[in-house]
Design a protein around this ligand. Structure first.
Ligand code: CA
Length: 461
């Protein structure tokens, strides 16, 4: 009698637990900073910029010390984020500039052959929202509301003025678009985006949602509020002072989003991730990638190795670090599987679901190797070895386990490895399709120049 009662109870609990699993799909919040320097967070050693909220996101979650993006500039990196695939695998190699001779402007955006993670999650019953920057095409067919987002507050371009938009404005002054309310004048755009994210969370707290919080901070134009600038008046370099104030304000708004998740009681059912879309462009926005060498636009670590955080209360152990290489392409694959999506032949990711790895259910590593190709440059990371190939010099090889700042090129001391990696990289490269659009040719020479200048590798006081 007792045994049958026990069995009944066990049976009931099993049914209840599996039912809960089916109904409680997790929410996803993807917070993206724009052109943030690797070293410009407290957690990564900054002594100049307090970032208590982003630090807390990592301290209460997991910090990935070898987190990468799939491209060193905005648009192809975001193409990777949105699809879970290398942009170069479908022709989205370049940043979005004007149309080049011989190219069709109808293709100037995230190729329509690709399905975004927003669309996939929408199809799985999620409400999807983009707050902020898109930068994946201006033509109507590329509009975020046509690529899987239910709600959009923002702009389709690659950057925006922080204080103003105009109804007939172009470029950084483009009007704010919104499909759920009439956009008001902006106060300071980082604050406005934070507020819209909070609004989205409140509106959709009762069913699964995907929020892409796409900040433009600290991307140019370099603009900060007078009050925030005052906090950094000890910094003499005006560009750096503005930059610090912009990152400080970004951090406050990340805190706003975290507080909203907590206030609505969603912490245990919400996976929050934070990343920068590429490394800091040291010489244009005043960022610091220390201890990483290089910057936005190139394949040294400073261009592609970024802050990378996952936070999920009760699921991901607080205060942990994951050291194996991961890539932003993993987010789409992770979200898709957590949402109950089924892998079919039509669902292709270059990224992988990270959850089994970080929960130690799978003790293998997520990626033995990672590849990059960006216009004239290409790179391969295989284990701790990284090879970079450029058109005007011998290939460069670094051992990242000993040389995270890429100061000692050991290609000639390891010729067999260099040759083998060059062959692997070349073999990947020649099987990729043609780019569907190009950016202006002048960027190629500027890119080479960026490999020859020096970068700050230690933090300023
Ligand atoms: Ca960027």
């Amino acid at each position: 009698m007792k045994t049958s009662l026990l069995l009944f109870v066990v049976f009931f609990i099993t049914i209840a637990t599996s039912a809960q699993k089916i109904t409680q799909k997790p929410n996803f919040i993807l917070i993206v900073a724009d052109d943030l320097g690797y070293g410009d967070l407290g957690m990564n050693g900054s002594k100049q910029i307090p970032t208590p909220n982003i630090d807390r996101l990592a301290a209460e979650g997991m910090n990935f010390s070898n987190g990468y993006v799939s491209a060193p500039v905005c648009s192809p990196s975001r193409a990777g984020l949105m699809t879970g695939r290398y942009g170069v695998s479908f022709g989205h190699d370049n940043n979005l500039g004007g149309t080049q001779p011989g190219f069709d402007p109808q293709y100037l955006g995230l190729p329509l052959t690709e399905t975004t993670i927003a669309k996939r999650l929408h199809n799985l019953g999620y409400t999807t929202g983009l707050i902020g920057k898109w930068h994946l095409g201006y033509e109507p067919q590329f509009h975020p509301l046509k690529r899987g987002f239910d709600e959009f507050w923002g702009y389709t371009g690659g950057g925006h003025d922080y204080f103003e938009w105009k109804s007939n404005g172009k470029g950084y002054k483009a009007p704010i678009e919104c499909n759920y309310k009439t956009p008001q004048p902006i106060t300071y755009i980082t604050d406005d985006k934070g507020d819209e994210c909070v609004g989205f969370i409140k509106r959709h707290k009762n069913k699964p949602f995907f929020l892409f919080a796409s900040f433009n901070a600290p991307h140019a134009p370099m603009q900060a509020t007078a009050a925030d600038l005052k906090l950094f008046e000890n910094i003499k370099n005006l560009k750096r002072r503005k930059y610090c104030a912009m990152v400080y304000r970004l951090d406050i708004n990340v805190g706003k989003i975290m507080d909203a998740v907590k206030k609505e009681g969603l912490e245990k059912n919400t996976l929050v991730v934070f990343i920068s879309d590429n490394g800091g462009p040291v010489y244009s926005n005043g960022s610091i990638n220390a201890p990483l060498n290089g910057q936005k636009g190139i394949l040294l670590e400073g261009g592609i190795h970024v802050p990378f955080i996952m936070n999920w209360k009760g699921k991901i152990r607080a205060g942990t670090t994951y050291e194996n290489p991961v890539i932003s392409l993993d987010f789409a694959a992770t979200f898709f599987e957590l949402a109950g999506g089924e892998k079919t032949d039509n669902v292709k990711f270059d990224g992988v679901n990270l959850m089994p790895f970080i929960l130690k259910e799978n003790t293998n590593i997520p990626h033995q190797s990672l590849n990059w190709r960006f216009t004239i440059s290409a790179a391969l990371r295989d284990g701790n070895w990284k090879l970079i190939r450029l058109p005007d010099r011998l290939p460069m090889l670094y051992n990242l386990a000993e040389d995270i700042s890429e100061q000692n090129d050991v290609a000639l001391q390891n010729l067999d490895r260099t040759k083998a990696m060059l062959k692997t990289l070349g073999n990947w490269d020649v099987h990729l399709p043609h780019p569907v659009f190009l950016e202006g040719y002048k960027w190629k020479a500027r890119q080479l120049h960026l490999y020859d200048v020096t970068y700050p590798l230690v933090q300023p006081k």
